[in-house]
Write a protein that binds this ligand. Structure first.
Ligand code: ARG
Length: 514
């Protein structure tokens, strides 16, 4: 049976129900490996400043390695010691310390928590997990942007209506649409990437709230763990969570980007639109209606977006009334952070798969755009350019032509007879050549309208080329930043592992000598 570590002041043990209620052990499975790394670094530092002898350090490190090995093998914290013993620990920090003390005795094991508190320990673990999640999520965003670009290259000339108010507006292309979300996701990438800098700072050594009298070396532990600096102020380090809330906001914004794509695709895959077909691998069916092909994965992305936003709101409410200093409330922030990250990673993967595999029904998108009168503005602008007539006057003329076409069984503008165009033209004070107007009406097909419209950022193929270039350029920069960050982290953690091995072996070598 493991001794109850901290409860000297209390005469009685915690009620079992209370312990269950308080305990974060289940959630702590997500930070177990980080907690061990943090403790290894802390103990190496305690050795460096003379609190732990090399022999003591080696015993603690080998005990920690056993826990690491056990937890890797069995995967679940629940299996670490026996269930009964587990019930006595409120969290992973207490559990690990208990196991080490049980393993090597309190005379040595009891030294490992010198100069730190669970308050700096837990936020250290959270920051270490978060920085890995940020890197991982950034990579997933990069992959999805690459998929959007690949898909867009297949559809540079695929005509589709662009919508405002969910009414057909101008003529566009599928690739221009896909690129719009590449830019959006690029901003998501930028936001998340920037949060790394705020997260990758070490709080370790702040102790409970006010630092410690032990001559600890905060910079040494920070560099062992691959942090690029310290959260300087010990109150700030242990009690502020603003960077975590910022990260959750960024995740919520990212999810809302995915949710909007999901919404478009759900709509476009209806039989009424029939613009796209989702791969069978990314659609569900009905238990009763055999004909159904439902876009469930997209619907789940949409609903999970609400859940992530909900977790952001929960985190705000959790923090906003906390007096400064650590409070147990902060424990409940951990699942909000890790569950959000899990949802985001899964959603990015699923959305990438959907983007890679959906098919565009080009005939339908073209047919629908053709019938939409979406070329109206392009016709009007050509007249403006050619005759230098005020746009407002031309707007009226084309509006009247559309009205006439709709009344005549929705014929196309190019199908209005010369006589009718002439009649309508005569009602206006516009002086233009009828023949030339007829040519503009006939020539302005959806395809030509894309070529005519070439303002910066428009669906014109040349503009799209420029967009692809600029997105690809930005991606290269982010890929470089990410791989540098990963390299630095790997190098630091590899070095930590080497130090751990070196300092563990000191003991066994000594034993061998004896
Ligand atoms: N389990 C706690 C958490 O996740 C660890 C910190 C406990 N600190 C304390 N003073 N009770 O936040």
């Amino acid at each position: 049976m493991i001794d109850i570590l901290y409860r000297t002041r209390q005469k009685e043990n915690l009620d079992k129900d209370v312990l269950n209620f308080l305990s974060s052990l289940n959630e702590d499975v997500n930070i177990l490996s980080y907690d061990i790394l943090g403790t290894q670094a802390h103990c190496l530092m305690l050795n460096k400043i003379g609190i732990l002898t090399s022999d003591e350090l080696s015993k603690i490190l080998s005990s920690l390695s056993k826990i690491k090995y056990e937890s890797k093998n069995k995967e679940m914290i629940q299996n670490l010691p026996s269930k009964d013993e587990l019930f006595l620990s409120e969290d992973i920090h207490e559990l690990i310390e208990s196991i080490v003390i049980q393993d090597i005795g309190i005379d040595i094991g009891g030294k490992m928590h010198t100069g730190r508190s669970r308050n700096d320990q837990v936020i250290l673990d959270v920051r270490m997990k978060l920085r890995d999640d940020v890197i991982n999520i950034c990579e997933l965003i990069i992959n999805i942007i690459k998929s959007l670009i690949e898909k867009s290259k297949e559809h540079t000339n695929t005509i589709i209506s662009l919508y405002t108010h969910l009414q057909q507006a101008q003529i566009g292309t599928v690739s221009h649409y896909l690129l719009s979300y590449s830019f959006n996701l690029l901003r998501d990438l930028e936001r998340l990437s920037s949060s790394f800098e705020k997260i990758n700072l070490s709080p370790l050594g702040s102790c409970a709230i006010g630092g410690t009298g032990i001559p600890i070396d905060r910079n040494y532990t920070a560099s062992l763990l691959g942090f690029q600096g310290l959260v300087e102020n010990s109150i700030d380090a242990t009690s502020s969570r603003d960077s975590m809330i910022q990260y959750l906001s960024f995740l919520s914004i990212l999810m809302s980007t995915l949710s909007r794509i999901a919404e478009d695709f759900i709509l476009w895959s209806t039989s009424e639109f029939n613009y796209i077909e989702l791969s069978d691998r990314y659609s569900s069916t009905s238990s009763v209606m055999p004909q159904k092909k439902n876009p469930d994965p997209l619907e789940i992305i949409r609903s999970r977006t609400s859940i992530v936003i909900g977790m952001l709101i929960s985190s705000f409410s959790l923090v906003k009334n906390l007096p400064s200093g650590y409070h147990r409330d902060l424990q409940d922030l951990k699942p909000l952070l890790s569950n959000s990250a899990t949802i985001v990673k899964e959603s990015l993967l699923i959305m990438k798969g959907i983007i890679d595999t959906f098919k565009v029904n080009k005939k339908n998108t073209l047919h629908s755009a053709n019938k939409s009168y979406g070329v109206s503005l392009d016709i009007a602008e050509q007249i403006v350019i050619k005759y230098n007539i005020p746009f407002r006057k031309v707007h009226k003329l084309i509006g009247t032509l559309v009205q006439h076409a709709v009344k005549n069984k929705n014929i196309l503008l190019s199908q209005i007879s010369k006589e009718d165009v002439n009649k309508i033209l005569k009602f206006t004070d516009i002086q233009i050549d009828l023949e030339e107007l007829m040519v503009i009406l006939k020539d302005t097909t959806p395809e030509k309208s894309i070529l005519f419209r070439n303002s910066y950022g428009s669906p014109n193929p040349m503009q799209q080329k420029d967009m692809v270039n600029s997105i690809e350029k930005s991606l290269l920069v982010y890929c470089k930043v990410l791989s540098q960050r990963k390299e630095l982290l790997h190098a630091a953690l590899d070095n930590l592992e080497k130090e751990v091995i070196l300092n563990t072996n000191v003991n066994s070598e000594k034993n061998n000598e004896i």
